[in-house]
Every structure is written in C-alpha cells, then in structure tokens.
Design a binder for this molecule. Structure first.
Ligand code: DX5
Ligand code: ZN
Length: 230
C-alpha cells in the first residue's frame, strides 16, 4: 500500500471483562484503540453465543471512537436494523451468511451504517468484484470465527495481497481478524491491510486497574505493523 497507509487497531471486547464493559472500553480507548470491535455470535453460524442488540446499545455511550460490529450470524438480514439502532457505525456481515450478500450490504447502508463484508478462511475472492461498490470494508478472517485466542492461519496472507490489488485505490478498508500479535501484524500490513482486530493480544496481562498494559500491547502491535510496511 502507499506511504500514506495508516494502521488502525481495533481491540475485540470478546477478550474484555464481561462484567465491566463500560470501564474496559474507556480504558482501551484512553490507551490508544482506534475502533472498538464487537463480535456478535449466534450459536448457529458459529459455535458460540455472545451479544444481542440490547448489550450493544448499552455499551454504545462508552464508545467515543468507532463501534465496529462484526455479525457472525445467519440469517443476518432480519437483525441489521436492530444493530444499527443499537448504535453500530460499521456493520460487517459474512459472505457465507446467506445467498443474498448483495442485498445484505445494501440493507446495511440503507440503515445508515458503513458496510463490511467478512470472508472465512475457506472463502476465496470470487464474486467480490461485483460487491466492491457496496462495501466500505472487507474483513479477512485469519482464524475460523467463533472464539478468541486461536492461531493465525498463514494461507490468508496471499488472499490479502490479492484483495489489495483488487481494491486498488478505492476507499475500502482491509481489516484482519484473528490471531493478530506483534509477530503476525507486520505480515498483514505488508500484504496491504490497514485495520487490525486484536482481542487476546490487547487485553493480555492488563485490567481496568492496570490499563497501562493495554497501551503497551496496542503500541507493540501498531509499531510492528508499521515496521512491516517499510
Ligand atoms: C473470532 C472473532 C475475533 C476474535 C479475535 O471469531 O471474530 O474478533 O475475537 O480474537 P484474537 O485476537 O484473540 O484472535
Ligand atoms: Zn471479529
């Protein structure tokens, strides 16, 4: 990517203290988070359950940056308005969530949000060329979605490279989700990513009473990613 490439770090609150989301969000934003990534899981599309719209609405006042809501749910269309009304800035749906992803992306924009499209590790870029005018962000999953703390899947590096070439200079973010650490971040920035989601690597070792660790972790990931661009 160009020299103007900047890296955004989007901590996933899946790794936060679930009894204390408000203070956790305040702490990671104060420590340098660019976006807040909210992982919504339905126990059907992925084998785990997390946050419904009321929870997202409850945490919204604490988010001063950007609320990036990743819907790992199927069907998805029926829930878009609820997450938009809960205050999402970006809503990302999965290519694999149903047969009508084009309609889903239209519905996200119609609800007033930026539209994101996520690709599982086993999904290629085929068809994406017909969706580029409908997306503000493409999220490349570097783990199989469902859980935090999984191992980064290296085969996705080549996918990100091809995606960067396909996107060219369109104003579309490339977000990476899963297994991001100071070791894997530079591989992704070098391939052309500009938004890095990180759960366990941001929250590791810190807490709301020891938030400096969050800042240290975020700076390490960001510095490694920036170094990867050179
Ligand atoms: C995976 C989620 C991710 C995940 C990232 O299903 O979409 O956002 O929480 O967690 P780490 O950074 O721990 O892999
Ligand atoms: Zn996610």
């Amino acid at each position: 990517m160009s020299a103007a490439q900047t890296i955004k770090i989007a901590p996933s609150i899946l790794s936060a203290d679930f009894a204390d989301f408000g203070r956790e969000i305040q702490a990671i934003e104060a420590q340098g988070a660019d976006w807040i990534h909210v992982d919504v899981m339905d126990g059907h599309f992925v084998p785990n359950l997390t946050f419904g719209p009321p929870l997202v609405k409850a945490i919204r006042p604490h988010v001063k940056t950007v609320m990036d809501v990743h819907l790992m749910i199927s069907p998805v269309d029926a829930y878009i308005d609820a997450y938009a009304q809960a205050g999402a800035d970006i809503i990302t749906a999965h290519m694999e969530a149903g047969p009508h992803i084009h309609r889903t992306l239209q519905a996200i924009r119609a609800a007033g949000c930026k539209a994101g499209l996520a690709l599982n590790p086993g999904t290629g870029l085929h068809g994406l060329e017909y969706l580029l005018d409908q997306v503000d962000l493409v999220c490349v999953m570097t783990v199989n979605p469902g859980f935090g703390g999984q191992k980064f899947i290296h085969s996705q590096i080549e996918k990100v490279r091809q995606l960067r070439a396909m996107i060219g200079d369109r104003p579309i973010h490339i977000e990476i989700d899963g297994g991001i650490t100071p070791q894997t971040a530079p591989l992704m920035s070098a391939a052309g990513a500009d938004v890095l989601v990180a759960g366990s690597a941001v929250f590791k070792g810190g807490s709301v009473s020891n938030p400096d660790v969050y800042g240290h972790n975020i700076r390490e990931i960001r510095a490694a990613a920036m170094a990867g661009m050179k």
